[in-house]
Design a protein around this ligand. Structure first.
Ligand SMILES: [Cu+2]
Length: 331
């Protein structure tokens, strides 16, 4: 009996440990509980109002139930208490909460910032994100798998899908919004401070759904403008990477990928013009370094099963390395 006694006595400790582990997941780049945007702060407020309010009511109900069973006071069975607590109280509370929730969530996203929104369109594709910015002069700048936004300025994101239903969700910035084929859903968000947050497709969309993520980088406004101008430019020509570029152009990569400023103009896969400057590869499936480029090209079906790029087993180690060097240098 002894071991069991010891086990029982360590339960509280075990539970505390487990909840610490579980709660540590609530902090960080993809957490609703550390909001970084105007919209997500509203979600956070509503979450706590409902959680705390609901908990208080539950505790009161438990106490009343215990009273009813153990002590059976007379006042507990009066009609006034049954009607008041069972009908009037729920109707009033739920109506008030509904009104509060609707009011809170429908508050215009960009009331605080009186400047024109940055227009971005994001298209969900199995299993990555096509991101297109509209520059101040109206030109469209294509990128992929990462969103950069200016701090404090509203960003108006037009969400569409190329195939099935996906869902755009960056918990630290806003609630989720579905990307539905044939429809454009619009989300406006405002980042409150510079930093990196992580988003995830939140609607099951087939094989590699779990590996369809991305990073959002909020930059100070001036830094963002500089970055966008650079993103709009063609890929820098790199004489020292000519070998890698040749391999890219001669093995059909350009049939699916565009690298602006070269003969590669494919539109099936992500635009790679500045792929080396992104935080991750293949929709946050891999870090962004030479090793990852090599692994991705040769073995992507093991890294991200069912993704739409064929693995290229034809390259030698040296060829893979020079391809990787070329791509990593596309900043
Ligand atoms: Cu998905």
């Amino acid at each position: 009996m002894k071991p069991r006694a010891r086990l029982t006595s360590s339960w509280p400790l075990l539970l505390a440990g487990l909840s610490a582990v579980a709660l540590s997941g609530c902090d960080g780049v993809q957490s609703v509980l550390s909001p970084d945007g105007v919209e997500s702060e509203r979600v956070w407020t509503l979450f706590w109002v409902l959680t705390i309010g609901g908990s208080v009511i539950m505790v009161v109900v438990i106490i009343l139930t215990w009273l009813a069973i153990a002590i059976r006071p007379r006042w507990l069975s009066t009609e006034a208490l049954v009607v008041g607590g069972g009908i009037i109280f729920p109707i009033v509370t739920l109506t008030a909460l509904l009104g509060y929730g609707v009011m809170l969530m429908s508050a215009a996203a960009n009331t605080s910032a009186n400047q024109p929104a940055l227009e971005v369109s994001i298209r969900g594709e199995q299993w990555w994100w096509r991101v297109t910015y509209t520059a101040p002069d109206g030109t469209r700048i294509e990128s992929a798998n990462e969103l950069r936004i200016p701090v404090g300025r509203p960003v108006r994101i037009a969400l569409t899908s190329a195939d099935v239903i996906h869902s755009f969700w960056v918990p630290r910035l806003a609630g989720k919004l579905d990307m539905i084929p044939g429809r454009t859903n619009v989300m406006t968000l405002v980042a409150k401070q510079a930093g990196v947050s992580r988003g995830q497709c939140a609607e099951y969309c087939g094989g590699a759904h779990a590996l369809m993520s991305f990073y959002v980088v909020a930059l100070p406004a001036a830094e963002f403008d500089t970055w966008l101008a650079k993103e709009a430019s063609d890929a820098a020509s790199q004489t020292e990477q000519a070998g890698g570029q040749m391999l890219f152009l001669s093995h059909g990569c350009g049939g699916c990928h565009a690298i602006r400023g070269t003969a590669a103009v494919g539109r099936i896969g992500p635009d790679l013009t500045h792929v080396g400057s992104r935080l991750s590869l293949a929709a946050a499936a891999l870090p962004n370094d030479e090793q990852a480029f090599m692994r991705w090209i040769a073995d992507n079906q093991h890294i991200k099963p069912t993704n739409r790029m064929p693995p290229f087993g034809i390259f030698s180690e040296a060829e893979l390395r020079s391809l990787a060097r070329y791509l990593a240098a596309l900043k």
